[in-house]
Ligand binder design. Structure first.
Ligand code: ATP
Ligand code: MG
Length: 393
């Protein structure tokens, strides 16, 4: 079995091997190479203790040193190099009480979550696949490494990770693993919001987000306000555009939850929250009927998001959105103004007419915007100044 690791990853592994240690590419990068997908990053597991890794590489940072992880900075990218480890007792359903370094690759692979994530590869030794990950990869199956119940009991985040990988890869979750995941799912409530959010968002963004449904229906995510009804439309949900805020808004809407509350519970950033709220509002409100109404809505949800929104509405509500899509394109093609900065006049033009800065001037600009929303052809300096002068008298 020959996998093509990039030269900089091979160089990093060579340095470790020449110093007398074992080094293996491991986890997601091996899984992705076997699937014929370009890995987005590379993890290396090694018998070298973290201190040795730091010593061997001139540009290395002890980014996760308590977990044995050193980030090795190469010109082409950063490689996370982690010393073989096992995890002993778990606390709070998540963090191992202590991290114990291991002597053998086998132990390191045995602590990993799923068989498809527990393969290692070294150019000189080939693929090391202790748990038949390759077979599960071929069959499209997520299966826990070891005894599923124990693995989910140790770390409840693995429950969500199982659904995340199922969605990302469009894999099914093997029966025993699925049953165990659902029976330990309640412990997700004890995991930090940030970690839950990171996995949930990746699952939502995946190839088949409806793979999440058994978890969403189990009530285990009620702590963040998400609880899917039996009527949740799985098939349309899978075909939503790959826009994270739109998918999040759709999830909230379909679960009868408020995006604001879900985002707060998951401690999501303001930008994502605002976008999800904007989509959510446009999912709740009836569609605009006229070009003017549509342009008014642009201040809530900008024009570039409407294509995705309309696609979502036609999928979820079976609405006929083609006419509105055409209207949206037409407005953009003609560059019809819909916000103050697009007016052919600005505050200083109005001040030149003798209107003092302040509330009155702001109201006049708004009035002009209302006029051009209806009559985009009037958005010229001359016409707007005439209108403004008329309004003054
Ligand atoms: P991605 O390509 O999406 O990053 P990944 O498999 O690299 O997927 P990571 O979250 O980056 O996923 O984790 C790297 C590896 O570490 C996994 O492949 C898995 O072997 C192991 N791992 C990560 N989190 C856990 C966990 N909670 N329990 C057990 N093993 C884990
Ligand atoms: Mg990764």
């Amino acid at each position: 079995m020959l996998l093509s690791l990039p030269p900089y990853v091979c160089a990093c592994m060579d340095t470790l091997e020449q110093a007398g240690f074992e080094a293996w590419a491991v986890g997601g990068c091996v899984r992705d190479l076997l699937r014929g997908v370009m890995p987005h990053d590379y993890d290396v597991t090694t018998s070298a203790p973290p201190g040795e890794v730091l010593r061997l590489f001139p540009h290395a940072a002890p980014t996760g040193i308590s977990y044995g992880t050193v980030s090795v900075v190469m010109q082409e990218g950063i490689i996370e190099v982690t010393t073989f480890r096992t995890e002993a007792d778990y606390q709070g359903f998540r963090r191992p009480e202590c991290v114990c370094f291991a002597n053998h690759l086998q132990e390191d692979l045995a602590r990993r979550d799923f068989t498809v994530n527990a393969m290692a590869y070294a150019p000189a030794r080939g693929l090391y696949d202790l748990f038949s990950g390759q077979e599960d990869l071929k069959r499209g199956v997520i299966r826990a490494v070891g005894e599923p119940g124990r693995r989910f009991e140790e770390d409840a985040l693995r429950v969500l990770r199982a659904f995340r990988f199922a969605s990302q890869l469009d894999f099914s979750i093997e029966r025993v693993t699925l049953d165990a995941a659902l029976s330990w799912a309640g412990n997700l409530a004890y995991i930090s919001a940030e970690r839950v959010a990171a996995e949930l968002l990746r699952a939502l963004y995946g190839l088949r987000p409806s793979r999440l449904l058994p978890l969403l229906r189990s009530g285990a995510l009620s702590f963040c306000g998400v609880n899917a009804p039996a009527s949740f439309p799985a098939e349309p949900f899978d075909h939503l555009p790959q826009s994270l805020p739109l998918r999040l808004a759709s999830l909230c809407f379909l679960c009868g939850a408020q995006a604001t509350r879900v985002c707060a519970a998951l401690k999501l950033g303001n930008a994502l929250r605002r976008e999800a709220e904007a989509y959510e509002r446009q999912l709740r409100d009836p569609l605009p009927q006229t070009g003017r109404e549509l342009k008014e809505r642009f201040s809530i949800l900008p024009p570039e998001c409407w294509w995705d929104l309309l696609r979502a509405r036609s999928l979820l509500f079976k609405e006929q959105t083609q006419p509105l899509r055409a209207l949206c394109e037409e407005i953009q093609r003609r560059q019809e103004p819909w916000r103050l900065s697009q007016l052919a006049v600005d505050g200083s033009d109005l001040q030149a007419l003798g209107i003092p800065p302040g509330r009155e001037l702001g109201a006049l600009l708004q009035a002009l915007l209302h006029i051009v929303l209806e009559h985009p052809e009037w958005n010229t300096r001359k016409t707007l100044l005439q209108i403004a002068q008329g309004a003054e008298h």
